[in-house]
Design a protein around this ligand. Sequence first.
Ligand SMILES: [Ca+2]
Ligand SMILES: [Ca+2]
Ligand SMILES: [Ca+2]
Ligand SMILES: [Ca+2]
Length: 397
Amino acid sequence: MRNTLLRRVAAWATTLGLASLGVLGAGAAPAQAARSDCPMGYLCVWGAQGYNGPMLKTKTSMATLGSWDNKIETVFNRTSSIACLYDEPNYARTTGYHWVDPDPDYATHYGDMLSTSSMKLVRTLRECETDAYPYWEAATAPKAGGFGDMNGDRRADIALRDEAGRLWFLPGDGTGRLIGSGGWNAFDALARHGDFSRDGREDVIAREKATGKLWLYPGTGSGGLGTRALIGSGGWNSMGRIAAFGDLTGDGRSDLFAVEKATGKLWLYPGTGSGLGARKLVGSGGWNSMNALVGAGDMTGDGRPDLIAREKATGKLWLYPGTSTWGLGGRTLIGNGGWNSMQHLLGIGDTSGDGRPDLHAADGIWLHQYQGTATGGLRKVASDNGDWWALEGAAAF
Ligand SMILES: [Ca+2]
Ligand SMILES: [Ca+2]
Ligand SMILES: [Ca+2]
Ligand SMILES: [Ca+2]
């Protein structure tokens, strides 16, 4: 773990160092003259003579540059990827790198000759340095929690939609696996909390931004997702936050919470095995004041799932205990404030291995673990996972 920490922190320091070099906003050279020489979809580079000299174009990464080694001054990135330009061959970062975002109209000209020796095309900035997905490790829980575990190994998993719209499965051993090759940016709400389709495997629920449709992606039980089914034919755009919650109704099927934008009402949509049943009002108003809802599992230890909500105005974290009447009881303060600095809140079950569900929160660099206590509260644990940087636009759930 210590080695991992040092490596991750080193990677972070490199990122910050680059940002301060001021190379990002390099002036755009007039590209019109040679624009036709660089086709769309290509990364084109020139040497000291700019557009008048020879041009190298490529659609793929180049581990070495041959006669172009240390010759590049102007970069025209007409691909849809980010171009990482390394000072060393084989994408080594010993002495640093630059990156150039895709731009179909303008090239980036560097006044001083770059010492580029390799170029890589990637979909997200993180991949100039590391994996598209962040490091994630979880302990094995003593018993199955019924949620947070897509591959059924009692280790909490994370699903991550990256900025490029790909979906990753992080099984909790530090690795990641692509489970959706693209298009997941079409969804503006993603949730999972246990088994909705009632085959014993954890599923994903996704709201389609353009149509307001709600889709169920059945889990395959090994971390992947099967053919989706429509469980909401439209109108779900009238809802703000949605949260897959676990089984509040006690019929063995997971249920869903949704906040109605226009009224601030909180609705419970009971899972039926093939979709969602008639909704029940759980909160009569005011729920628009919450900017995060997390189905965190049974934090209070009474066998019923509970809801964690973050209050936008105060940054406080509240716990709403599930009740036997399909409702929520009186709330308890479990986070004094400061929680608005968290970009991702994850309730994926017991990650510490003590049998109680925990909460994770990522602040843009660090992923913090807050262990669930016997009384339903949270206890912050020393964090050593600094790999949650440059995930803007990503959704972890
Ligand atoms: Ca797992
Ligand atoms: Ca239920
Ligand atoms: Ca409870
Ligand atoms: Ca725990």
